[in-house]
Design a protein. Structure first.
Length: 250
């Protein structure tokens, strides 16, 4: 029996706006992860933001994370995120990006089941990605091995390291452990890192591909990490370079 041909490695770009989704789309991304508060690790986008990004035509997977500051949630937070899962999918998201840990840093499998059930109640084939909560787990490799039984589509990981290139050896072990679940390498990734990450046999590579834009009114703090001096946007050149690196390595 002839083995099925290997699927091409996908390029996912983290974006915070429809404009970013268009840049990613036109520069060669396969899909985007949509969130707000990227500087906080990402938070759930609004219904309107999901709808407007859906209209750009590129598949958008919405991050569902109700607050910054860790991945252990109480019952009210879990119930809120279940509602957010359903809302973003009804608003046009192609999938959701979720995660939760127990206080002992093991995967909160009950919470994952709730998120998966909420997603599939809206769309039977909705894709569910476990986000980088996996990198805060006590054992990312063992966690990856549990995901198929939970109905998870893919896992975004740096291999438990500060960046995906630094965690490449662990990412390769996660690929072996995950079985049918796709492993996507992300965190601190540049286009130059793509060939090395492909050697781990990941199914996708994830970048924020952002650059800073000056503007606003510096000097008046608007909250943690925001002095009003500017913001970030998706950089078409970085996305295109990542696309080229993937294509050259195919």
């Amino acid at each position: 029996m002839t083995p099925a041909p290997a699927m091409p490695v996908a390029l996912e770009i983290a974006v915070t706006s429809p404009a970013g989704a268009i840049v990613a789309r036109d520069a060669g991304a396969d899909r985007v992860e949509l969130c707000v508060g990227l500087e906080l690790g990402g938070l759930t986008p609004s219904q309107a933001l999901v709808e407007a990004t859906h209209e750009t035509g590129i598949p958008a997977h919405a991050l569902v994370r109700c607050r910054p500051g860790g991945f252990t949630y109480d019952d009210d937070e879990l119930a809120l995120m279940e509602r957010e899962v359903r809302t973003v999918l009804r608003s046009g998201a192609a999938g959701v990006v979720v995660g939760a840990l127990r206080p002992d840093r093991s995967l909160d499998e009950d919470a994952l089941r709730r998120f998966v059930d909420a997603a599939r109640s809206v769309a039977a084939h909705a894709e569910v990605t476990l986000h980088r909560a996996v990198d805060h787990a006590a054992d990312p490799v063992a966690t990856a091995a549990r995901l198929a039984d939970l109905g998870v589509t893919r896992v975004l990981t740096s291999g438990g390291a500060a960046s995906a290139p630094a965690g490449a050896a662990t990412i390769a072990r996660m690929v072996d452990a995950a079985g049918p679940v796709q492993v996507m390498a992300g965190a601190g990734v540049t286009p130059a890192d793509v060939p090395g990450l492909l050697a781990t046999r990941v199914a996708a590579v994830h970048l924020s591909a952002k650059r800073s834009v000056a503007g606003g009114h510096a000097g008046v703090s608007m909250g943690s990490g925001d002095d009003g001096s500017g913001h970030t946007v998706t950089d078409a050149a970085v996305v295109a370079a990542a696309r080229a690196a993937l294509d050259q390595s195919a």
